[in-house]
Design a protein around this ligand. Structure first.
Ligand SMILES: Cc1cc2nc3c(=O)[nH]c(=O)nc-3n(C[C@H](O)[C@H](O)[C@H](O)COP(=O)(O)OP(=O)(O)OC[C@H]3O[C@@H](n4cnc5c(N)ncnc54)[C@H](O)[C@@H]3O)c2cc1C
Ligand code: FES
Length: 338
């Protein structure tokens, strides 16, 4: 048995290692040339202390001393990687930069093989990767794509699933935006395009309670990746989604949401449009269209992704409500500063 372990570094870089049965995370990391912090390798110094964000593992208290890891820390999910033996795929937050751990950022080369105008405001594109097996990421994560013939990059969340032959993205077409102009006016199918990553801590955790997805505009992209991977992983807690946009033409990829809904009783969604001019049956912001039931009295994991202003508004709405979700994860599509 072999498990996939995602190591998330402080600088946003995620590295993936394979951990064999009875192998500790520290042993597996070193075997695969990831120099994560360690010292005694004996459960005594605490140097290898990390936080396990998701997954199950064996780490018997007899194998380390209280000075290295307290009982309270262990109950909060802190681990000693030199003693931790995974019993499932895990995500581990490493309190160090990828550079310090000598983990190189991965660059992927590919060719633009799909370019679809989904609406006047949105473009979908797909890149066939030279080495798709090496493209491991967590559904919800993003990459930095080089704008061809420039030294600039833009961040985009995958809308496809890990290990697919083609990496797919859904992008807002911003008038005069650099990447937008490249995609809408210049790009040719078959053209070389490369990116670096994966990055980010906005990714799908194991579903352990009802879950609410809130998407704004092209913030739908990471949720498409998450839903596709949930379709593969099987039976679930309910997943409900509100997908809000500014104008009617911004609503895209609805057929993909509809397909998941038709095929799986665990998924339901609704859409809404903010513009006063809209003919949509539901007007306003996503927060006006969340069913109280979907919040499950607070025992809910909330995932939120979209433009800066939308994410801030929903975060304030959650803060102001009496309800504190069990977990709240978000990704802001912050515009590039270049
Ligand atoms: C982690 C992360 C993930 C992202 N994932 C996605 C994604 O999956 N899909 C996606 O469409 N975008 C995503 N973005 C945003 C994306 O990286 C770019 O900022 C966006 O596509 C604009 O790039 P551009 O080169 O076309 O425009 P730029 O040349 O960067 O900008 C041109 C002008 O438009 C303004 N501008 C930029 N963005 C917006 C906006 N949203 N609304 C109004 N004005 C704007 C800029 O301030 C600038 O004045 C993500 C951003 C981050 C940080
Ligand atoms: S390396 Fe010392 S406790 Fe793990």
């Amino acid at each position: 048995m072999e498990y996939s372990i995602a190591l998330q570094f402080e600088d946003g870089v995620t590295g993936f290692i394979k951990c064999e049965a009875d192998e500790t995370v520290a042993e597996a990391a070193y075997r695969q040339k990831f120099n994560i912090p360690v010292d005694c390798l004996d459960g005594a110094c605490g140097t290898c202390r990390c936080h396990c964000e998701s997954g199950s593992y064996d780490m018997h208290p007899d194998m380390y001393i209280e000075d290295a890891l307290t009982e309270a820390e262990a109950s909060e999910g802190y681990v000693l990687t030199c003693q931790m033996i995974p019993e499932s795929d895990c995500v581990i937050k490493v309190p160090s930069s990828s550079e310090a751990c000598k983990v190189g950022k991965s660059t992927f080369k590919g060719k633009l093989q799909q370019l679809n105008v989904l609406s006047e405001s949105t473009i979908h594109f797909g890149i066939d990767i030279e080495n798709p097996d090496a493209l491991v990421f967590l559904p919800g994560q993003y990459v930095n794509i080089n704008i061809p013939d420039s030294d600039e990059t833009r961040s985009y969340s995958f809308s496809s699933v890990p290990n697919a032959k083609q990496a797919e993205f859904v992008v807002r077409n911003i008038p005069n935006g650099k990447m937008s102009t490249f995609l809408s006016d210049i790009a040719q199918l078959g053209q070389d395009i490369d990116f670096e990553g994966p990055f980010g801590s906005f990714y799908l955790r194991p579903l352990v309670r009802p879950t609410l997805f809130l998407a704004g505009g092209t913030g739908i992209a990471p949720f498409l990746s998450m839903l596709k991977s949930l379709e593969v992983s099987g039976g679930h807690h309910p997943v409900n989604m509100v997908y809000g946009v500014t104008n009617d033409t911004d609503l895209v990829e609805i057929e993909k949401l509809e397909e998941v809904k038709q095929n799986h009783a665990w998924f339901d969604y609704r859409t809404c449009v903010a513009s006063e001019d809209s003919h949509h049956e539901r007007k306003g912001y996503v927060t006006s269209h969340v069913e109280e039931d979907w919040l499950n009295g607070g025992d809910v994991d909330v995932y939120l992704c979209g433009p800066l202003a939308m994410v801030d508004a929903v975060s304030h709405w959650l803060d102001a409500s009496q309800l504190k979700p069990s977990n709240f994860y978000y990704e802001k599509f912050t515009p590039s500063e270049k």
